[in-house]
Design a protein around this ligand. Structure first.
Ligand code: ARG
Length: 562
């Protein structure tokens, strides 16, 4: 229920024709101090229209509104009209709705009959899964879940980096120094080593680069042996990535990577030619863009090889044909901002109206002790190791807190991985994030484990109470009303988080809901045999529903016990 709407409708009844309901709605504010009211309406604008002082108007309106049974208290505070809703009535509506809808509570309809494709994760074959790929995976997954909750059809695409000149280098290096058994045992580490060795050797042996170019050329021309190697590298790498996706609980609808578009680029190049958009510059073929802040988009190198951008153009056209998307989100680090502007710019020059729906969703970096955190430099720190470490630390924390917990391993996995995901999503997307496992994993403060723990605590209350039919009749205290207002916000939060492409809106909301619940829990004896017992338990039940569903959307599990 939109409380602003309720107030706007009431005010409109008293202000016939002076202000439209929409204007009234937009003027309504949420007081900073909840003790002043649930909502406030400033009367300055009305003053001009009614030729009375705002204070006078606030007083008059409060007398009128005081008659309505929607409000328990209506107060003029200077030029503001402040209202308190009758928490019993509203609470009954809200909690009853949550209990009735269950995990479907908050399902929206803005996305009905619309499709969103998400280009996300997209690691590079034979290279370590970087922290940037982790962010892309986690943010992309949350955005997909948010879109789904808003009613969109979603398509999650892993645009694997499985083509390009680096494969010429890898094939060359493997043929010279590779060992099949070693690669099989540790694909990413071994292939990365070969890649690094290639660059070291190339400093001394100046023929190597040319060999690698020739190897890639023969790969592009369909050389059987090289293609087989490429396929093998791809399969082994994907297997290793799958281990990470399993841990993160993320799946994809498509693994069509860059190589998939090999036979789909001629079409783009022909189209650009036909529209006379291709120009030659230093032997390369480029498209100049209208926005002269942007460098020309490189389509073909002087040796005829196609490029990253060419593949993205082909991919966008293919996705539009295949999925008829309304929105295409590219969840990729901010260092690729220019690239995505160029790609969109070229599609616009081709008069593809649907390019309007393409959005680059950039994000900041992970920092460790203030410096860029990398899975590449020096020792190869594999993301899987980071995740395992988080799980171990979670296990230790859990065993300290609850030594007799059954399924401790499984819970530790949900908590360890959940902590990393939540920490990522709670931060505004563009911010750089300090990566500290210790901070992420504490049960206090604004962490994933804190929200998970709140959920588990609420679940254990319900388990103790052993109720099977919930029914909310109304509660009068301030603590429960704070919780109810939060619950009531959930549908709006989902829509806002999606519209702003900001999972942090939802993550912060879950922290606030948890805080309001924990405050309540500290103050009120929930399992006390009085006439409000069933209402309190129903409220607790509603909290567990929303916390669990909110965490699910973020990609975080909510164990019943921790
Ligand atoms: N593989 C690329 C990288 O690791 C990211 C690909 C992003 N998606 C795209 N359609 N270009 O940098």
């Amino acid at each position: 229920m939109d409380l602003k709407q309720v107030l706007a409708v009431c005010l409109k009844d008293y202000l016939h024709g002076v202000l439209t309901q929409e204007k009234i709605y937009n003027l309504i504010e949420i007081p900073k101090n909840p003790e002043h009211g649930d909502l406030a309406f400033p009367c300055f604008q009305l003053a001009k229209l009614l030729k009375k002082s705002p204070v006078e108007i606030a007083t008059e309106l409060s007398e009128e509104l005081g008659k309505s049974n929607h409000f328990s208290k209506v107060n003029p505070i200077g030029p503001y009209l402040n209202v308190f809703f009758s928490s019993k009535e509203i609470g009954k509506k809200v909690v009853t709705e949550v209990l009735k809808d269950g995990h479907a509570f908050g399902k929206g309809s803005i996305g009905e009959n619309k499709t969103v494709v998400l280009d996300m994760s997209s690691p590079n074959i034979a290279r370590p899964f970087s922290m940037g790929h982790l962010r892309s995976t986690v943010i992309g997954n949350a955005l997909a879940n948010l879109a789904d909750k808003c009613g969109y059809k979603t398509v999650k695409i892993n645009h694997l980096g499985d083509w390009g000149t680096q494969f010429g280098k890898l094939i060359t290096a493997y043929k010279k120094w590779g060992d099949e058994e070693k690669v099989k045992a540790n694909p990413i580490q071994e292939l990365s080593k070969l890649y690094v060795k290639f660059h070291e050797e190339a400093e001394i042996n100046h023929n190597l680069e040319a060999e690698a170019r020739a190897a890639f050329k023969s790969l592009e021309d369909g050389d059987k042996e090289n293609l087989q190697l490429w396929q093998w590298f791809r399969d082994e790498s994907l297997k290793a990535f799958m281990g990470i996706y399993d841990l993160l609980g993320v799946s994809f609808d498509s693994y069509n990577g860059e190589a998939f578009y090999n036979d789909k680029m001629d079409e783009v190049v022909d189209l650009l030619k036909e529209r006379k958009l291709l120009e030659t510059s230093d032997g390369a073929e480029v498209v100049k863009l209208d926005n002269n802040q942007l460098p020309p988009c490189l389509i073909k190198k002087s040796d005829g090889a196609t490029l990253y951008a060419t593949r993205d153009l082909a991919a966008a056209i293919y996705r539009q044909k295949t999925y008829q998307f309304d929105t295409a989100l590219y969840v990729v680090g901010q260092e690729q901002t220019v690239h995505f502007k160029q790609v969109k710019g070229v599609l616009e020059k081709l008069d593809f109206g649907w390019a309007d729906g393409m959005h680059h969703i950039p994000f900041g970096l992970y920092l460790k002790d203030g410096k860029r955190m990398s899975t590449r430099k020096g020792r190869v720190i594999l993301l899987e190791e980071v995740l395992r470490e988080a799980i171990q630390l979670a296990e230790k924390n859990i065993k300290d807190k609850n030594p007799t917990l059954v399924n401790a391993n499984q819970v530790a996995e949900s908590v360890g991985v959940g902590a990393i995901i939540f920490h990522d999503l709670k931060n505004d997307r563009m911010n750089n994030i300090e990566f500290s496992l210790k901070d992420m994993l504490t049960f206090e403060g604004e962490t994933g484990p804190y929200v998970q723990y709140t959920h588990a605590r609420a679940m254990s209350i319900l388990q103790k109470a052993e109720i099977d039919e919930y029914e909310f009749h109304g509660l009068n205290d301030q603590g429960s009303w704070e919780i109810i207002k939060h619950l009531n916000h959930f549908p709006d939060i989902i829509e806002n988080a999606y519209n702003q492409f900001s999972p942090s809106v939802l993550a912060k909301y879950l922290i606030h809901l948890s805080q309001s619940f924990n405050k309540y829990y500290a103050k009120v004896r929930i399992i006390e045999k009085d006439e409000e017992l069933l209402s309190r338990l129903s409220l607790v039940k509603a909290v567990t529903i929303v916390l669990k569903e909110g965490l699910r959307i973020l990609g975080v599990k909510a164990p019943n016990e921790m």
